[in-house]
Design a protein around this ligand. Structure first.
Ligand SMILES: [Zn+2]
Length: 120
């Protein structure tokens, strides 16, 4: 079943909110990052693309945050492509419950578990 526009709008809002929190946290954790963000000077911090961020200036914690931010950017891109909520791997619907729990999830539970098995 396709996701309703209302649901997708809600997810897009939470994605942007999470992204905003991540950027705030990065700004708070690194002086260099704060300066870089000031240089980029977008009207909204959430407009900063994760690809614009120089990962070299981030410490371990920032790297983790940046990884999450990339997932969020990817999820937002999928909303724009009309593919949000479909597994990036097998194309099956991910399910509203799973999306509500993790709005930036890109894979269905089966594919994620298969990946984790392989990683072990
Ligand atoms: Zn899948």
């Amino acid at each position: 079943m396709a996701l309703s526009k209302k649901f997708i709008d809600k997810m897009e809002k939470s994605l942007l909110a999470i992204k905003r929190e991540i950027i705030d946290e990065l700004v708070g954790s690194s002086k260099e990052f704060e300066e870089m963000v000031t240089d980029l000077s977008p009207k909204d911090l959430a407009d900063i693309a994760s690809d614009d961020i120089d990962r070299k200036m981030l410490e371990a914690k920032g790297q983790t945050l940046l990884k999450r931010m990339k997932l969020i950017d990817a999820a937002i891109a999928r909303i724009k492509q009309g593919k949000y909520g479909l597994c990036a791997k097998c194309g099956k619907p991910i399910g509203e419950k799973r999306l509500e729990a993790i709005p930036y999830v890109l894979q269905c539970i089966e594919c994620k578990e298969a990946d984790e098995k392989r990683a072990r």
